[in-house]
Design a protein. Structure first.
Length: 84
């Protein structure tokens, strides 16, 4: 499974999005607000799941972190940058 789909599945699993499939989540679409519609509670849960799954450090409340969480594509880029 490629990293984008792995992240999409993690979003579905950790946020219990029962009616959403990997294909429903657009790689470049916003995860919050008008995109997938996630909120700040979802962000916390997703952040913890990503830290656990991919063993990356995420700074809380930083502008960089908000940018990383914009979309699946930006999360994948962040995770890959941390795996050096």
């Amino acid at each position: 499974m490629n990293l984008h789909n792995q992240i999409k599945q993690l979003i579905i699993d950790c946020l219990d999005l029962e009616d959403v499939t990997v294909d429903d989540i657009e790689t470049d679409a916003a995860l919050f607000g008008d995109g997938l519609g996630l909120d700040s509670i979802d962000a916390l849960e997703l952040g913890l799941a990503i830290k656990k799954e991919f063993d990356v450090k995420i700074e809380a409340n930083s502008d960089a972190t908000k940018a990383h969480f914009f979309s699946v594509a930006s999360l994948a880029s962040f995770i890959e940058s941390q795996r050096v």
